[in-house]
Ligand binder design. Sequence first.
Ligand SMILES: Cc1cc2nc3c(=O)[nH]c(=O)nc-3n(C[C@H](O)[C@H](O)[C@H](O)COP(=O)(O)OP(=O)(O)OC[C@H]3O[C@@H](n4cnc5c(N)ncnc54)[C@H](O)[C@@H]3O)c2cc1C
Length: 420
Amino acid sequence: MELHLEEGSRVCIVGGGPAGSFSALHLLHYARQKGIHLELLIFEPRDQSSLGSRGCKGCAGILSTRLLTGLAAVDVTLSKEVIQSELHSYAVHVDGDIIRIGQPDSSRKIVSVYRGGGPHHLPGERPSSFDRFLLDQACAQGAQHIQASVTKITNDKLPIVFTNREQYTADLVVLATGVSSNNPLSPAFGYRSPNTQVMVQDELLRPPTWPPDEVSVFLKQQRGVFFGVLTPKGRCLNVSLLGHKLTQDAVSRFIDSIEISPEQGGLEGLCGCAPRIATSSARHFFGDRWVAVGDAAVTRLYKDGIGSAFYTTKRAMRVVVFDGISKQAFKKDYLPYCKNIALDNAYGKLLFYLWEKTLNTPFLLNLWKRAVSSELELPPEQRIHMRILWGMLTGDELYKDLTRLFLKQPALRGLMRGVG
Ligand SMILES: Cc1cc2nc3c(=O)[nH]c(=O)nc-3n(C[C@H](O)[C@H](O)[C@H](O)COP(=O)(O)OP(=O)(O)OC[C@H]3O[C@@H](n4cnc5c(N)ncnc54)[C@H](O)[C@@H]3O)c2cc1C
C-alpha cells in the first residue's frame, strides 16, 4: 500500500533527545525542499536545562567530526556556550606507560558538550545544554515541543499517541525514545528494543593543571573495567567506565586508583549516574506510519551515538518525505542503511575483542605499544596504529575501514618491527 505525507500532515516525534530533534530538523529541511508544510510535535518531558540526571541523559558528550560537519546541512551552528572543550589529543594509559595520539589531521575536530544543565554540585555559572539547544533549534524552524511523557501509542487505522492529559492522532510516529526507558508502543507494533549494557559515570571538577584539550583513557586500570575515560568539559572532567556488571562505587574506586600529583588536588564526584548504552540493533523497528530512529533503532557500538543518531534520522526522514511512510518504503531504503551500521558494529566487536586480548597478553601488548610509539618518528600519514586507535576511541572512522587498515601490510609490518 502506498502511503505518503501530505500538506498539513501531523508527525508525532516521541522523545526530544538528539534523535528526536534531528528528526524534526531533517524533516523540516526535506519538507521545505518538497514545498509542503507539516505539523511536527515533539514529546519530551525532560527539562533539559535542569541540573544532574533530571536534565541529562547520561553521556560523555563527545561530538564527532562527522556530526559537526553534518549539522550545517540542517542550518545548525553550535553556539560557543554549548561547546565546553575542543579536544585535540588522547592520552592512553596502560601498565604505567602513556601513549599520546593527536588528531590525525586538523580537519578531524571533536568537541565536548553537556547534554543537560550540568552536574548537581557544580559551583558558579551553569553550562548550556546541548539537548536543549537542539530542541530550541527544531522549534525555531517550525516544530512544537510538548513537555509531556508519552504513556501509550496504539495502532488502529492511524497511530494514536497518548499523554496523561491528551491524545493525538498522527499520520506518522517517529520513535526516538533511546534505550533508557520503557518504550510506549503497544505490543501490536511488534517492536523489540536493542540489548543494552550499563555504564557508570560521574563529573569531577577539573584540576587546574589537568590538560583542557586531552581525553585520558585508562586501560587495565581496575578489575572488571574494560576502559575508563576522562573527558574535559570546560571546568569539569567527565569520567565514564565501561565494564562488566559495574556499580556506581566503581567510579570512586577508579578515581582513587588514578595517580594524581599533589598540585592537581583531589578528584571529587559532583553528580553520578548509571545510564544504559545500546549494544545491538532493535528488531521490527518500522512499519506502516511509524519508524524508530537513533538508539531506539540502531547505533554505532560504544562510540559516536549522537553522530549515528544524526545520520539514521537523516536517512529515515528522507524516505518519509520522498518515498513514503509505508513499511515497504522503510524496508527498501532505511533498513539497508541500518543493516550496514549493524554490520560495521560486527567489525567493531572484532576489533574490541582483539584489543582486549592484546591488553591481556603481555607479549602482544608490548608489540603493540612498541608499534605505536615507533610511529612518532613517522610522518602523520604513515601513523597507521595511531589512526586506528584514534578511530576506535572517537568513532570517527568506520570499524570496517579500521579493520582493513589493521590487516594491511604497513600495520602488520609495524607490529613485526617490535619482534626484532
Ligand atoms: C555513559 C555513556 C557515554 C556516552 N558517551 C557518548 C559520547 O561521548 N558521544 C556520543 O556521541 N554518544 C555517547 N553515548 C551514546 C549517546 O548517549 C546516545 O547514542 C544518544 O543519546 C542517542 O540519542 P537518542 O536521542 O536516540 O536517545 P536519548 O538521548 O536517550 O534520548 C531519548 C529521549 O527520549 C525521551 N523519552 C523517553 N521515553 C519517552 C516517552 N515515553 N515520552 C516522551 N519522551 C520520552 C527521553 O527523555 C530522552 O530525552 C554515550 C552513552 C552512554 C551510556
